[in-house]
Write a protein that binds this ligand. Structure first.
Ligand code: SF4
Length: 249
């Protein structure tokens, strides 16, 4: 759901979550992705996000959050620059999360985001979802593991240049096609190579998307212990009026 949400969780208390309207994701091939339902034209993105950022500024004034998470259903670098330029008063001096596909995370793009947002720490969340390349490719994510290794080195290089930058991976669970063993293997590998993992419980929104699977208590406990955060799907997961898990058959 587009808007501003206040969270009290392991990532920050309070933490402000902005779900902005985005332009269509330029990658756009992930077989499970519902974000197209909330994307719009440049004019729509600018008009809708103006109100969301204004609300977020009011909430930040009231709550002084430690951390601000900014999502736009795609890569942050694809937001219109005008919208991105409104964010500095919100992000300056704070821990800031953004999302990106791996190919858009380069020294140049990270430096520009850092300059623009002026964060205390910039946390870039990348959706590798699963460590096994073949399983990832079957989900429509054609990102090879060489990208994981490239980002692993890049974050060290950026820190060497004085930027406080972390790169995390999402790991998707509860989805057909990724076994629980593969989920655990992914958490282990991304923890080793990157700065941590956010585990995301998959929800099906549209017929034709992969089905949801049951999550065992063993996996649930493992994820709570070995990841930075387990996202089971809160109110911001309602997309274009469809609630998590409401994707039909
Ligand atoms: S990269 Fe992200 S926004 Fe783009 S299609 Fe894949 S999951 Fe959706």
């Amino acid at each position: 759901m587009l808007g501003v949400f206040v969270k009290h969780d392991r990532l920050g208390s309070p933490r402000l979550v902005l779900v902005l309207k985005g332009l269509p994701c330029s990658y756009g091939r992930c077989r499970f992705c519902p974000f197209g339902l909330e994307q719009g034209s440049v004019r729509d993105v600018i008009e809708t996000n103006r109100g969301i950022v204004e609300e977020a500024l009011r909430e930040a004034e009231r709550l002084a959050p430690e951390r601000v998470s900014i999502f736009n259903g795609g890569s942050f670098q694809e937001l219109p620059l005008l919208v991105a330029s409104w964010l500095a008063p919100l992000t300056r001096g704070r821990v800031v999360d953004v999302e990106s596909i791996p190919g858009m995370v380069t020294a140049e793009t990270v430096e520009s985001m850092y300059r623009l947002l002026q964060p205390r720490r910039l946390v870039i969340r990348v959706g590798f979802e699963v460590y096994d390349e073949e399983v990832r490719r079957r989900l429509g994510k054609d990102f090879p593991n060489t990208e994981v290794y490239r980002l692993s080195s890049l974050r060290k290089e950026l820190r060497g240049r004085g930027m406080d930058v972390e790169i995390l991976s999402y790991v998707l669970f509860g989805i057909e096609g990724i076994s629980e063993e593969k989920v655990m293997e992914s958490v282990e590998k991304f923890n080793e190579l990157l700065d941590g993992v956010i585990a995301v419980r998959y929800h099906r929104y549209l017929p034709g998307h992969p089905g949801e699977t049951r999550v065992s208590s063993v996996l649930a406990e493992y994820l709570e212990r070995h990841t930075l955060y387990v996202d089971w799907g809160d109110e911001e997961w309602e997309i274009a009026g469809i609630k998590p898990g409401g994707g039909g058959t």
